[in-house]
Design a protein around this ligand. Structure first.
Ligand SMILES: Nc1ccn([C@@H]2O[C@H](COP(=O)(O)OP(=O)(O)OP(=O)(O)O)[C@@H](O)[C@H]2O)c(=O)n1
Ligand SMILES: O=P(O)(O)OC[C@@H](O)[C@@H](O)[C@@H](O)CO
Length: 440
């Protein structure tokens, strides 16, 4: 099934990884160096037995998004990858179609998998071979094969694998072994141990000249199909190609056990929390607060953009908003909702909420000593209804009341507490706390 994104311009940023600095339509890493067609096959037809959950691990969700969607997004954001073949069990084809639709994935084609990983991969490759049907995809020169349960893959490493596959016929990712490999006797005694320095763990992605891997699969034995786990072995055995091995980053690991789900979720949250955009409006005190907040957040490791207006010049405002999953909108008037609504509408026009929940912290800087607390609370608690509406667009809105004081020490303490609350809301992205008003 062909799908296309509802929105043409997907932001470069991905929850899997922040954009590489130079990433844009014409200066991407690979544009200058990949001048041959590349496609991807994502085997996702397994049942995830070792995960021990009722649903296959590739459909487990983080922040309301399935694991497989993060992997697809990691590839679709790479401009020199033309087609992404996702191979799932026949009974999950409809589920995957709904995921692709909900998250506006593009460049994808779905194929039914097989009873083993190798059979699933071969089914994926056959999509490119003449079968006379009108939805024939052009045969790539290089095909990347990547387990769908390895969501953290970056363009830079994909470029290395694709280039090495083009030059050598095959290339694969490797990582140092964490544990020593030993051979056991039939009675489960130690037979011998391998010299760990001489061995590596074979990971994904792997890349191949399409004809090389396809011909290997055409020749491989039923035993290989049933019990094999290594595509690099197939091309060595059946095509005589020695794959080039490239050490990859530790983020290439495969989600296999339940602990891997927790690790993947915390990495996704961390990647979403790296950058914030502070919107101050034009009031002097709000601008000053914005710069104080910027200092504290930057000291805590975040990148921070500050923009002074949320209305008026929509061009730069929209650009800054579309580059961050975390917005801190500072207001000094309780009648600030037209501004806040404008911020939410601007976020909605981007693809960010499709890829991950966007956090919007509405900060009310209370400068007046005289307004009664109850009046202020009435005005501010209206955030609850507003947040409920925004949540349906995957925008998590929180309220934060900050009372200004001339007492320097108390003000600094309030600022520290404010940035701690804002940092926690950004890091945890708890949907259950949306619409709440935090008083600092
Ligand atoms: N018949 C199969 C079996 C596995 N895979 C895919 O191959 C990748 C790596 O396999 P693995 O981690 O073993 O996944 P499962 O087979 O689902 O896990 P388990 O062995 O725990 O059942 C996964 O993306 C998995 O969905 C596949 O496409 N078709
Ligand atoms: O063996 P499993 O089916 O768990 O996963 C497949 C892995 O073996 C494979 O991804 C790498 O070893 C590289 O071939």
């Amino acid at each position: 099934m062909e799908t296309s994104s509802k929105r043409a311009n997907r932001p470069a940023e991905s929850p899997g990884f922040p954009p590489c600095e130079a990433e844009s339509s014409d200066s991407c890493l690979g544009r200058e160096r990949i001048d041959f067609p590349v496609a991807v096959v994502l085997p996702a037809g397994g049942s995830g037995e070792r995960m021990g959950l009722p649903i296959p691990k590739q459909f487990c969700t983080f922040l309301d998004r399935p694991l497989i969607s993060y992997t697809i997004q990691a590839f679709e954001r790479v401009p020199w990858i033309e087609n992404i073949i996702v191979v799932v069990a026949a009974e999950h084809l409809d589920l995957l179609k709904s995921i692709i639709h909900k998250h506006c994935h593009k460049k994808t084609k779905l194929v039914a998998g097989g009873p083993t990983r190798h059979r699933s991969i071969f089914n994926g490759l056959q999509v490119f071979v003449e079968n006379g049907c009108d939805s024939q995809l052009p045969r790539p020169e290089v095909v990347i094969i990547h387990d769908a349960v390895r969501p953290f893959v970056e363009e830079e490493f994909l470029l290395k694998i694709a280039t090495a596959a083009k030059q050598n016929g095959a290339a694969g990712a490797i990582r140092p072994l964490v544990s020593t490999v030993i051979a056991t006797t039939p009675e489960s005694y130690l037979d011998h141990s391998l010299d760990r320095a001489r061995y590596r763990a074979s990971e994904m992605p792997q890349g191949f000249l399409f004809d090389t891997i396809y011909q290997a699969y055409q020749q491989c034995s039923d035993y290989d199909f049933e019990y094999g786990t290594e595509c690099l072995h197939l091309v060595l055995q059946y095509s005589g190609i020695n794959a080039k091995l490239i050490e990859g980053p530790s983020s290439l690991w495969k989600v296999t056990y339940k602990r891997d789900l927790f690790a993947a979720e915390s990495i996704i949250k961390e990647n979403l929390s790296q950058k914030a955009c502070v919107i101050t409006g034009v009031h002097e005190e709000a601008i000053h607060l914005g710069h104080c907040l910027e200092k504290i957040l930057v000291a805590g490791g975040m990148k921070v953009d500050i923009i002074s207006t949320s209305c008026g010049d929509d061009g730069s405002f929209a650009k800054n908003v579309s580059e961050s999953y975390n917005l801190i909108h500072i207001t000094v008037s309780t009648a600030c909702f037209p501004e806040i609504k404008h911020t939410v509408e601007t976020v909605r026009k981007t693809d960010l909420p499709v890829l991950g929940p966007v956090v919007l912290i509405v900060v009310h800087l209370n400068l007046s000593e005289c307004t009664s607390f109850s009046k202020r609370m009435d005005e501010l608690v209206t955030i609850r209804g507003f947040a409920k509406e925004a949540k349906q667009w995957n925008i998590l809105v929180y309220g934060l009341l900050l009372n200004y004081t001339k007492d320097k020490q108390k003000w600094n303490e309030a600022l520290e507490s404010f940035s701690c609350v804002a940092g926690t809301l950004i890091k945890d992205r708890k949907a259950a706390l949306t619409g709440q008003l935090f008083v600092v």
